[in-house]
Design a protein around this ligand. Structure first.
Ligand code: SF4
Length: 195
């Protein structure tokens, strides 16, 4: 192998540095691990689910903030959840880049509404959106709820509106979502995790 004088000096420097650290009782691997631990110091761990695809890998979100009442915590790190049986700590490149999506300036943070026939989106508040959704659901259910089928059997179906549940929901909230949708009589119930 051809080594230039500059490369030779660099290699000697790295070798000397590593061996000096080892002599002094430092291991580069331990040193790197301690820096990583420091990165996550004083962060809060929140378990969640990657929203990108149907695999629904478990993630741990690390946020740091003062904890003061009006302070907003900042997301500083995302990694796979080793306790999650789906992915056991691993993430694909898409999930590993989740932090960029969460912190992106272009991420939608408010409901958007496009009126029929319009080519413009308008921003709604969460209260406006939820009130409008509730109103439309009530009107549609009142107009289309089917108590009996053609044979006179009670079916209690509401076939004209569907429900798309979140893939980031835990078992308990997923169970409650399904029970609520079925209690309305909905038959079209699915989860974003299957899309
Ligand atoms: S980490 Fe990758 S495989 Fe897992 S849910 Fe996210 S996008 Fe899907």
């Amino acid at each position: 192998m051809q080594v230039t004088r500059r490369q030779f000096m660099k290699l000697c420097g790295v070798g000397l540095g590593s061996s000096s650290l080892a002599v002094m009782g430092f291991s580069p691997t331990e040193l790197q691990a301690s820096v990583r631990q420091f990165k996550l110091a004083r962060t809060r761990e929140t378990r969640s689910t990657c929203p990108y695809c149907s695999v629904s890998c478990g993630v741990i979100l690390y946020t740091r903030g003062s904890g003061a009442k009006n302070a907003k915590a900042a997301l500083v790190h995302v990694e796979g959840d080793p306790d999650n049986p789906v992915n056991r700590g691993t993430l694909c490149p898409k999930g590993a880049g989740l932090m960029d999506m969460i912190n992106s300036d272009s991420r939608l943070r408010q409901p958007q509404y496009r009126a029929p026939g319009s080519d413009q989106w308008q921003t709604l508040s969460w209260d406006e959106a939820i009130t409008r959704i509730a109103r439309l659901m009530k009107d549609d259910r009142d107009a289309n709820f089917m108590e009996f089928n053609d044979q006179g059997q009670r079916v209690n179906r509401w076939n004209t509106t569907g429900f798309l549940a979140s893939s980031a929901a835990a078992n308990e909230s997923g169970y409650l979502t399904a029970k609520t949708a079925r209690a309305y009589g909905m038959t079209a119930v699915d989860t974003q995790a299957r899309i």
